[in-house]
Design a protein around this ligand. Structure first.
Ligand code: PEP
Ligand code: MG
Length: 532
């Protein structure tokens, strides 16, 4: 129904536009009208909806697939087909715009809503009214999927991979969502509700206390300073981060500037956006800008990445930048414009080989030589096992590392982070992942380079003592998590973290690690209650 309404509304919009335009433009738009009725395209979308995808998700997947299919057809009419592909994307985005509006208005979330859906795209997630949304659940995905990451950045609980029966709950059903223990209780007793309300007020009181101290540094009891910085997408989040006690930005996910549009942002537009984040921080605070990290689970409609059998193992992260040097060079020039406004660091995502790092650095050096930008720190994300294993060699050629534990987990365990069945098992607490982190720190330390973590593990209170024990000195976390992370660091001591870390990396399963870390956390909690 939603899709039908969006198609009708788009058609009416195009009609209105056509009356104002000349002959040539009207011709293009009449092609768009035809596309709105194209049976192949509509069937693709209907198939997606039948598979219980949301209308927006199904439509987006359908028009992108259809456009790519046409563009990849060989033959004499290639130029024509490419144009057709562009038309499909164009009209596809028009309908998508209607859908997003339709979805938002059709939901009219009541206060205190818990949203349950088969899956949500990051843009669906970002568009809901946060003041009304208490939490959400999806029946697919896992804790490191991008939807879960967005939920963390909003500070609301989200459960992935809940039982499909949850989709049958009638609107307005009272449920209890326990994000800490991963439980959706759809038939709560009055005692369950009372307990949940008591838990919520205890959490709120504790968070308020943490916030009181959020602006002071995070130093362990024996004096190890841990820099707690924020993962952000834009200047507004950077400002919120600082207000919440962030000491800077450890990961600016620059791809959010490139998403949800039909062409790459211009150099000026990018420079303005990066400068806005840098200004929000000021010259004394670090800003780590990650260059474009798309491909795999983060497609861009206007980037011609051919369909791949294994997108997570294909053109993704820095590989896209090296494949599209013009886009890369533009981005680097735009980033360099904000050197001086904050302590600028540039970071390349998904580096797997030294050659990739060298090529990326060379391009950066060439672009820098054309400007009068000062030298900036250059680092890489450690999210591919080859980079963790060769960390010592990488450390000779980089200023810092930031470990992307979301991808490092999926690549170490060979489990797709968004896979409906596997994502739940892609557990960053697996000792194999922790050993990768240990290797990364050892290699970096040999060359005096610092290591941060910007993946989801950095916000996980259970595992932070291990990260510190392995030598991590910077934690880049979702904005709402900052006060609690700082409070935890203050309750720890480096020697106890080291002992704990060495113990868990010898273990065989994630379950054993989790049990050990839970027991450790409980001792810290008691201390915490004694000395708030
Ligand atoms: C990661 O992989 O841990 C990471 C921080 O990058 P992203 O989640 O954006 O892929
Ligand atoms: Mg990553």
């Amino acid at each position: 129904m939603l899709l039908k309404a969006a198609l009708q509304e788009s058609s009416a919009q195009i009609d209105a536009l056509m009356t104002d335009l000349g002959k040539t433009e009207s011709k293009i738009l009449s092609t768009h009208q035809e596309l709105l009725e194209d049976p192949d395209l509509l069937k693709l979308a209907a198939d997606g909806i039948e598979q219980r995808k949301s209308a927006g998700f199904a439509w987006r997947a359908a028009f992108l697939q259809y456009a790519t299919q046409l563009e990849s057809l060989q033959g004499n009419h290639n130029a024509m087909l490419r144009e057709r592909g562009t038309d499909i994307r164009d009209v596809g985005h028009r309908v998508l715009g209607q859908l997003v509006e339709g979805i938002q208005s059709s939901f009219e979330l009541p206060d205190g809503a818990i949203l349950i859906a088969p899956e949500l795209s990051p843009s669906d997630t970002a568009s809901f009214d946060r003041s009304k949304l208490l939490g959400f659940c999806t029946t697919t995905g896992g804790p490191t999927s991008h939807v879960a990451i967005l939920a963390k950045s909003f500070g609301i609980p989200a459960l992935c991979n809940v039982d499909e029966s949850a989709l049958n709950l009638a609107d307005g059903t009272l449920v209890v969502l326990d994000g800490t223990n991963g439980i959706l209780n759809s038939q709560p007793t009055s005692a369950d509700i009372e307990r949940a309300q008591a838990d919520i007020s205890e959490i709120n009181t504790r968070d308020q206390q943490y916030r009181l101290n959020a602006k002071t540094l995070a130093v362990t009891q024996d004096g190890r300073r841990i820099e707690v910085v924020a993962n952000v997408r834009n200047a507004q989040e950077a400002t919120e981060g600082i207000a919440n006690g962030a000491e800077g930005v450890g990961l600016l996910r620059s791809e959010f500037l490139f998403d949800n549009r039909d062409s790459t942002p211009s150099e000026d537009e990018q420079a303005d956006a990066y400068a806005a984040v840098a200004k929000a921080l000021g010259p004394e605070r670090p800003l780590v800008i990650r260059t474009l990290d798309v491909g795999g689970d983060k497609p861009l409609s206007y980037l011609p990445i051919p369909k791949e059998e294994n997108p997570f193992l294909g053109l993704r992260g820095v590989r896209v930048s090296l494949d599209q040097p013009a886009i890369f060079r533009t981005q680097l020039r735009a980033i360099l414009c904000c050197a001086g406004l904050a302590k600028l660091h540039i970071m390349f995502p998904m580096i797997a080989t030294l050659e990739e790092l060298r090529e990326a650095k060379l391009i950066l050096a060439e672009e820098r030589s054309k400007t009068n930008a000062p030298n900036v720190q250059v680092g890489l994300m450690i999210e591919v096992p080859s980079a963790a294993v060769l960390s010592e060699q990488f450390a000779k050629e980089a200023d810092f590392f930031s470990i992307g534990t979301n991808d490092l987990t999926q690549y170490t365990l060979a489990m797709d982070r968004g896979h409906p069945k596997l994502a739940q098992k892609a557990d960053g607490l697996h000792p194999a992942v922790l050993k990768m982190i240990a290797m990364t720190c050892e290699g970096a330390l040999k060359h005096g380079k610092w290591v941060g973590v910007c993946g989801g593990l950095a916000s996980d209170l259970l595992v932070i003592p291990v990260l510190i024990g392995l030598g991590v000195v910077e934690l880049s976390v979702s904005v709402p998590a900052i006060p609690a992370v700082k409070a935890l660091v203050r309750r720890l001591s480096l020697p106890e973290c080291k002992v704990l870390a060495q113990e868990v990396i010898q273990m065989g399963t994630a379950a054993e690690v989790r049990a050990k870390l839970t027991a450790f956390a409980n001792t810290k909690e008691e201390k915490n209650h004694a000395h708030p």
